[in-house]
Design a binder for this molecule. Structure first.
Ligand code: SF4
Ligand code: SF4
Length: 70
C-alpha cells in the first residue's frame, strides 16, 4: 500500500513549530533544524493549511476504495 506524506520545502520552513503543535497525530517534529514527518501522519492536511510560511504541501488526493470503506 502506498502512503502519502506532506512535502516540506525546507528552504521556506523557519522552524516556527506551528505544525508540530497543531498536528493531531503528533507526527511532526524538529530533528535539529529540520522538520520531519513520521509514519504516524494520517495525511489530514491540517499542517498544509496552518503553516504560515507556506512550506507544506499535500499534493495527493486520498481516495478510499469501496473495500477500504467497508
Ligand atoms: S508550520 Fe511551516 S514554517 Fe512552521 S515549522 Fe512547520 S513547516 Fe516549518
Ligand atoms: S498531514 Fe496531518 S497528520 Fe500529517 S503531519 Fe500534517 S497535520 Fe500531522
Amino acid at each position: 500500500m502506498y502512503k502519502a506524506y506532506p512535502e516540506i520545502d525546507l528552504t521556506k520552513c523557519d522552524g516556527c513549530g506551528v505544525c508540530i503543535d497543531s498536528c493531531p497525530a503528533g507526527a511532526a517534529a524538529m530533528i535539529g533544524d529540520r522538520l520531519v514527518i513520521s509514519e504516524d501522519c494520517t495525511y489530514c492536511t491540517d499542517c498544509e493549511a496552518l503553516c504560515p510560511a507556506g512550506a507544506i504541501s499535500c499534493p495527493f488526493e486520498i481516495v478510499l476504495s469501496e473495500t477500504e470503506m467497508k
